[in-house]
Design a protein around this ligand. Structure first.
Ligand code: MRU
Length: 370
């Protein structure tokens, strides 16, 4: 199988008319790209997790904004702005928790509002194209920087370290490299032996199995000694002493360091505290939402019951009519977090002060879900 690191997660097509995504719902069994240029198709790809992971959704939002703006048939700037606002609001309604989607849409819209005066619609479209490409390119560099900071922690722990992760915050969740798995890719670049120097434990991540399908696939195709464990095995593995560090990604961090990530993350953090395993969150600064004081304000996406009762099973495995709980994310309390690794450095408690010292500030919001 091809090294997942060589697959493009999300790119702009050569003619600049479509966003091309790797359909992650088919991995690891099938590698298929989709070329999307209709608003409904881009929305569906985000909602159905064909493209997923907070930074990758943000990059898709940026490209989606540009592609759909480019299709607007008007030379009147006011009409152009009105239609761009509709595009932004529509794309933003696809998934609520990862702030990177609204962050990228807000960034595109801010450029439009700040630079429209004195420009033609055609010139503005070119400017938006550049902005969407910048968001994509910056994401690659940001992930590498996160990886470099995370690699310093791996070096301190020494070769042979066991790393646990939850969900997928690897190259598939970003433009390239990932956040939580980026330290592993950087360690490999530094010549670490993938079979002996690193042992990666991927939580399966019920109900959508991002850990088993995506993280394990990424790590295995990179040649790394990789294990999948059901989510309820994390305590067993930590108690055994095999885990030196935990890296997870995140979808939104509040100013106090509380953060939302894939459902099950908070349980991992609680167990890690019990066994004294360092627990690190890996996040581009675009995931830090300084407008929220605490995790209580983060909107948690609720998804369809069938993902729990039917998906992946040959036959339905729970009784018809039973109630189902299916939050896609949970919020981990900042007191359980050892550090938050960003592209600007590693933030530690008190997190708000740490973020402010790094220059992370609230952004202007034109659209968001609370
Ligand atoms: O529902 P998903 O698969 O989009 O959830 C993804 C996660 O929870 C990731 O850990 C998070 O987005 C960070 S990706 C770098």
């Amino acid at each position: 199988m091809a090294n997942a690191l060589n697959l493009d997660t999300v790119v702009l097509s050569e003619d600049g008319k479509s966003v091309v995504i790797l359909d992650q719902t088919l991995l690891p069994n099938e590698t298929k790209y989709l070329s999307l240029n209709k608003a409904e198709d881009i929305w569906e790809a985000i909602y159905k997790l064909r493209v997923r992971g907070a930074p990758a959704i943000g990059v898709t939002g940026g490209f989606g904004y540009y592609i759909l703006a480019d299709q607007i048939d008007t030379e009147d700037m006011d009409e152009f702005v009105t239609k761009c606002t509709e595009i932004m609001e529509y794309l933003n309604s696809s998934r609520p928790t990862a702030v990177n989607l609204s962050w990228a849409l807000n960034r595109m819209h801010a450029v439009l509002l700040a630079e429209k005066d004195g420009k033609t619609v055609a010139e503005m479209k070119e400017r938006l194209k550049k902005e969407s490409i910048d968001i994509w390119q910056e994401d690659i560099q940001i992930s590498r920087n996160i990886g470099a900071y995370g690699y310093e922690l791996l070096e301190q722990l020494g070769k042979g370290v066991g790393v646990m992760t939850h969900c997928n915050a690897g190259t598939l969740a970003t433009a390239k490299y990932g956040t939580a798995l980026a330290p592993i890719y950087i360690a490999l670049e530094h010549g670490w032996d993938p079979k002996n120097d690193l042992h990666v434990y991927c939580d399966e991540t019920r109900p959508l199995l991002q850990g088993a399908r995506l993280s394990a696939y990424e790590m295995q195709t990179a040649g790394v000694d990789t294990y999948v464990q059901c989510d309820n095995m994390a305590s067993y593995t930590m108690k055994s002493g095999k885990i030196g560090i935990i890296f997870v990604g995140c979808d939104r961090v509040a100013a106090n360091g509380d953060f939302a990530n894939k459902i099950g993350t908070s349980g991992v953090a609680i167990i890690a505290k019990h066994y004294g395993v360092p627990f690190y969150v890996c996040a581009p600064s675009s995931t830090i939402d300084m407008t929220l004081e605490s995790g209580d304000e983060i909107h948690i996406e609720q998804r369809k019951p069938e993902e729990v009762t039917e998906m992946w099973y040959e036959k339905r495995m729970a009784p018809e009519g039973v109630g189902v709980v299916n939050p896609a994310f949970d919020v981990t309390d900042h007191s359980l977090v050892t550090g938050i690794i960003t592209e600007k450095g590693i933030a530690t408690a008190p997190f708000k002060e740490s973020f402010e010292k790094m220059g992370i500030r609230p952004i202007e919001k034109y659209v968001d879900r609370k």
